[in-house]
Design a protein around this ligand. Structure first.
Ligand code: PEP
Ligand code: MG
Length: 579
């Protein structure tokens, strides 16, 4: 038995049989082609190229239909790589020198991969995976390997060095019950697709492909980010029980989809969904969110060489708005920088990117880029209720400038006879301590607040949210964080604007209980977390939540607060929902 720790990117537990996805270099060896067969070898290459093109076009169409235009764009990049004349010329040159086509493809693709790996540019580095993907596909067609992942015969857990976007997009959900990969991070395409497909997944396991043998039993725990290879009987039993419990609670929670989140003493809580991709709209509806509380828009700008046009953005926002209408959609303007970079923008390397040219700071210094997004959002507002939200506000002046740019955009659209809603609520994300402490001032210039605790915690406690070594210091139950949240709630109340919270802590039922007691009106979270939070609201009273919040406000330490919440939560979980 071996236990590996990676990054859980899509929750759920699966126990199953490992299927090792072959690596490109394992498949081909070199042999010499006699001069009279060189012509037909080149023809084989041409045939494989056109088969690959057909496959990619098919996947692009399917992806556009199932997931949306943005996801389908990934395959435009692949098609471009396939049409790269230089690449083809180099492969043909190798064949003319007497090498077999498969080996030539493998060698040339590897040379390019190595070159790209050495380039100090995040965008070009990422293109390696696209090129590897196209190379694998071309090789399979040359070798006549049909099916590959798409033709799996039985249910398996995929174990791969890395799954490429096209592989992930074409996975058969009925036959792939989970996957585990050596590399990858939580914001990789593969991770995003796994969440959208609701397949449990753990990435960044470093050496899983070295350790696992095909056909072995493995456990993938996407929640904890753990994979267990060849588990012994007791572990197998434990995980089978955890899996059954999860399924049971999933089943028990599913009727809550159509229920309104409301405490026993009739206090209504708005439940929002956080999404990063238009494809997640189906989960928003399936889990019964009242609204999209956070639509992160960075994805449109990433993994491409050019900037998205206003028109392209408008189409994406309109699609989402129309799909969830009459539920409102809170569209957050671009939050690039920190750990997200778009190559088209050529953003400089910084010593402290999380403290640097990020989010609203970047947008205000690039008014053309910002206004293209604002105009696209405004135009989408003609098709359903939309709210605009600005990330990383640290000073009221930023709100004022953003407002001016929005008014300019509105005036332009009016002149161009383009429609937008007559009134669009504008909000500030409160995720920097300076904004929390001056929330009273900021509240006079916005229509709502949304507290982004993922960042608020990192900035208040000086803990990089992406650093594993300091992760133990990152604590939402710290008195300092709760004090800042209280300040924001009080400021919102005084001015009469709603205060929501869209950080990960909203998805934790015990913390969400506390937040409701503190006076949060709206909690927004990953769609999958919604049923459990709805259930929590049905089991509690506002009165007890407020009492708990009062006790917590007097406590000195995070551990004291956590143990009180744990005890309280255990007690709440024993209750039954009132019919
Ligand atoms: C947050 O900071 O809490 C938040 C919701 O925004 P993001 O995670 O996208 O930074
Ligand atoms: Mg944030």
């Amino acid at each position: 038995m071996r236990k590996l720790k990676g990054i859980g990117v899509s929750p759920g537990i699966t126990i199953g049989t490992a299927y090792l996805v072959p690596k490109l270099h394992q498949s081909v060896s070199e042999h010499r082609i006699p001069p009279e067969e060189i012509g037909s070898e080149i023809q084989r290459l041409e045939k494989a190229l056109s088969e690959t093109k057909e496959e990619l076009e098919k996947i692009r169409t399917q992806t556009a239909r199932n997931s949306g235009a943005i996801e389908a764009d990934i395959f435009n990049v692949h098609l471009l790589l396939l049409h790269d004349h230089e690449l083809k010329k180099e492969i043909v040159r190798q064949i003319k020198e007497g090498a077999n086509a498969a080996w030539s493809v493998q060698t040339i693709v590897h040379q390019h991969l190595e070159r790209l790996g050495k380039v100090n540019d995040a965008y070009l580095n990422e293109r390696r995976y696209d090129l590897e993907d196209v190379g694998k596909r071309l090789l399979r067609n040359l070798l006549g390997i049909k099916g590959y992942l798409a033709d799996l015969k039985e249910k398996v857990i995929l174990v791969a060095h890395n799954l490429t976007p096209s592989e992930t997009a074409s996975l058969n959900r009925k036959l792939v019950s989970a996957f585990a990969t050596d590399i990858g991070g939580p914001t990789s395409h593969t991770a995003i697709m796994a969440r959208a497909l609701e397949i449990p997944a753990v990435v960044g396991l470093k050496e899983i492909t070295e350790i696992t043998r095909a056909g072995e039993t493995i456990i993938v725990d996407g929640q904890q980010g753990v994979v267990i290879i060849d588990p012994d009987k007791s572990i197998l039993k434990e995980y089978a029980k955890r899996q059954a419990d999860l399924r049971k609670s999933h089943r028990a929670l599913s009727p809550l989809k159509d229920v309104i989140a409301c405490t026993r003493d009739k206090h209504r809580v708005t439940i929002g969904a956080n999404i990063e991709l238009p494809v997640e709209v189906s989960s928003v509806l399936a889990y019964g969110a009242d609204e999209i509380g956070l639509f992160r828009t960075e994805f449109i700008y990433l993994n491409r060489e050019d900037l998205p046009s206003e028109e392209e953005q408008f189409r994406v926002y309109r699609h989402v708005v129309e799909k969830v209408k009459p539920c409102p959609v809170t569209i957050r303007t671009l939050d690039l920088g920190g750990d997200k970079f778009a190559s088209a923008l050529n953003m400089p390397e910084e010593m402290n990117p999380f403290l640097g040219w990020r989010a609203i700071r970047f947008c205000l210094s690039q008014p053309d880029i910002f206004k293209a997004q604002l105009r696209a959002i405004l135009r989408a507002s003609a098709f359903g209720p939309v709210r605009i939200m600005y990330p990383l506000i640290s000073d009221v002046e930023e709100i004022k400038t953003a407002r001016t740019l929005m008014e300019e955009s509105m005036a332009e659209l009016k002149r161009e006879n383009k429609n937008f809603a007559p009134s669009i609520p504008v909000g500030a994300m409160i995720e920097v301590p300076s904004a929390a402490l001056t929330a009273g001032t900021i509240s006079r210039y916005v229509d709502f607040f949304s507290i982004g605790t993922n960042d608020l915690i990192q900035y208040s406690m000086a803990v990089d949210r992406t650093n594993i070594r300091t992760a133990h210091l990152y604590n939402p139950a710290h008195p300092a964080i709760l004090k800042l949240i209280s300040e924001v709630i009080a400021a919102g109340r005084k001015t009469g604007i709603p205060v929501g919270l869209c950080g990960e802590m909203a998805a934790n039922p015990a913390l969400a209980f506390l937040l409701i007691g503190m006076g949060i009106n709206e909690l927004s979270m990953a769609p999958l977390a919604i049923p459990e939070i709805k259930q929590m609201t049905l089991l509690i009273t506002m009165k007890e939540a407020m009492e708990c919040a009062q006790k917590v406000a007097e406590m000195d330490s995070a551990s004291e607060i956590s143990s009180l919440l744990e005890k309280k939560w255990a007690e709440i979980m024993k209750r039954k929902i009132n019919k």
